[in-house]
Design a protein around this ligand. Structure first.
Ligand SMILES: C=C/C=C(\O)C(=O)O
Length: 264
């Protein structure tokens, strides 16, 4: 290893350590953009903490796609999608308690979740190949969280921070893609009965399957391609909403049904 290379590795490890310590201590940290500035560097940091998670025995069960919605990009001041890893311990059941205390600064967003029945290795993929790989679709609430204080994030910060992922709740009624127009599917999310976010499938890169093709292509040739059984959270359909302890969110997506996140 030359000096320049080992210095880059060291800097990325420092960024990964800072984010992991924030997660473990429950105390948000400073952004990591003093250490990493590009998307690629952010993914290198994310991968360090992914390896640590896998080494600890956490099970990879899917991916989230983030920043697919122009409104969300504007909210966060970024201009491209990204992805993060979903582990089994991040999954909660529809309508059952989600422990508020596991998050630092949680926000909720409603999404279309795809569950794959086939691997998507290699690529690039056509939309037809991705459709054939989707076993079923579910409504989902993703709880995003940032280890970075006050959500003061750039694209590199959020990518390094596992795309600001926190947890997710899936609906319980699987629906086939046949006959569902995800582009036109409207979404309404309420908090304690009050409407707080609305949108439609088209808000997610024009169609949630476009986001899925982007993800499959991005991961297909890498170390962690999409596999049969993986959950893919395709990205927020409407504005992201802050969560307080005791909140109950319900998201309804036309054609897919509903899902509830109940914060204990
Ligand atoms: C910061 C996270 C954003 C997302 O998860 C999203 O846009 O879906």
């Amino acid at each position: 290893m030359n000096d320049e290379w080992s210095e880059a590795v060291d800097v990325r490890s420092q960024a990964a350590d800072r984010l992991l310590e924030a997660q473990r201590s429950g105390k948000p940290c400073a952004p990591v953009r003093d250490l990493v500035s590009t998307a690629d560097e952010g993914y290198a940091v994310q991968e360090i903490n992914t390896r640590r998670a896998l080494d600890e025995g956490r099970r990879l069960v899917g991916r989230k796609i983030g920043l697919t919605n122009l409104a969300v990009q504007r909210q966060l001041g970024v201009d491209s999608p990204d992805f993060g890893m979903l582990f089994a311990d991040m999954a909660y059941l529809d309508g059952l308690p989600v422990p508020y205390g596991r998050f630092l600064q949680p926000k909720a967003e409603a999404e279309v979740a795809l569950v794959l029945g086939r691997d998507l290795v290699g690529g690039p993929f056509t939309v037809a190949e991705v459709i054939r790989a989707v076993d079923f679709v579910l409504p989902a609430i993703e709880i995003v969280d940032s280890r970075v204080a006050d959500w003061d994030i750039t694209l590199a910060d959020t990518i390094a921070d596992n795309a600001s992922s926190g947890a997710f709740v899936l609906g319980n009624t699987p629906i086939g893609l046949r006959g569902v127009d995800l582009r036109l599917a409207g979404m309404t999310m309420t908090r304690r009965g009050q409407e707080v976010s609305t949108g439609a499938g088209a808000a997610c890169m024009g169609h949630p399957l476009n986001a899925a093709v982007w993800l499959a292509d991005t991961l297909g040739a890498g170390e962690y391609p999409l596999r049969a059984g993986d959950v893919v959270l395709t990205g927020a359909l409407g504005p992201v909403v802050p969560v307080a302890a005791g909140d109950v969110f319900e998201a309804v997506i036309d054609g897919l049904g509903s899902v509830r996140a109940v914060f204990a």
